[in-house]
Design a binder for this molecule. Sequence first.
Ligand code: ZN
Ligand code: ZN
Length: 342
Amino acid sequence: MDKVRRGLKRLKIEALLVSNPSNIFYLSGFYGQDSILLVTPDENYIITDFRFEQEAKKHALGFEIILGPGNLYQKTARLIKRLSLKRLGFESGHLTVEREDSLTSLIAGKLLPVSGLIENLRVIKYPDEIEAIKTSACITKKVLKRIIKEVKNGRTEKDIAAKIDFLLKKEGADSSSFDTIVASGENASMPHARPQKRRIRSGDVVVLDFGARCDGYSSDLTRTLFVGRISPYLYIAYSIVAAAQKRAISRIKPGVKISEIDGAARDYITKKGFGNYFGHATGHSVGIDVHELPSINSKNRTMLKAGMVFTVEPGIYMSGIGGVRIEDMVLVTKNGYEILTR
Ligand code: ZN
Ligand code: ZN
């Protein structure tokens, strides 16, 4: 909270309305939809309703919980009036224009857009956050081990996806961290394919991409499996992607630019003649959300710092043939890196 308050001073605002549930969780330990967190120079408030009252009281220690009559914005406006706040920041990346309008109409003070203040604090993970991420990654690894033998002739993509989601919960996840991807055969050429009724058959490549969410923290893992004999193109693509990923990971240590990590994977794939088939960033940070800042892309000049957690997931996607992606989560340590999904 001290860091948030320093941010408020820097931005010359009295208080901040936080509406992104992931940011509310980060600051308070309470994950409530339809709630607002208010940080003032001296106090912390959670504005919510009876559905979340018990959760908020249990987790958001050191916060005054505001319930009361009216909708979320009426309650917020009353609190702002009570505290006589005049210059308020709001999360422009999260509050919709419609909601901003309804709040503006209710309060006398000025609403000023703030973007990325909390998201940037979330970039470097605290030790307890790293522990939660490791737990979540560990569940994902266990599910992978169990699902591999299910990927065989005759099973549909939907069958496999349902089993993954079941196993994630059975192994202790609260939920999956995003919609599970199972893409077989030519479907594997779509990086974000949705599982279909397509049956897996011999000669298929099968891309599995899934993750657990546990104690508020996410994980993300991709493996590419082969069923029977596969086309030599895919075999070559797999070898290139595996080598590209290894090169990118081996460069990870504090002080290295993010663009260099992306470059290590991309330049290798390009040199091997598949550059046009790798159309997305090399990775993304992972924490409370499965996609967080910073993105691991070619334009990002940010330096790596110990405590960052992100994915390294190069891929090659060939329309009509199939695709390959290998994704691991990596923690930047003081001297290098630790792979969390090995
Ligand atoms: Zn993934
Ligand atoms: Zn990912």
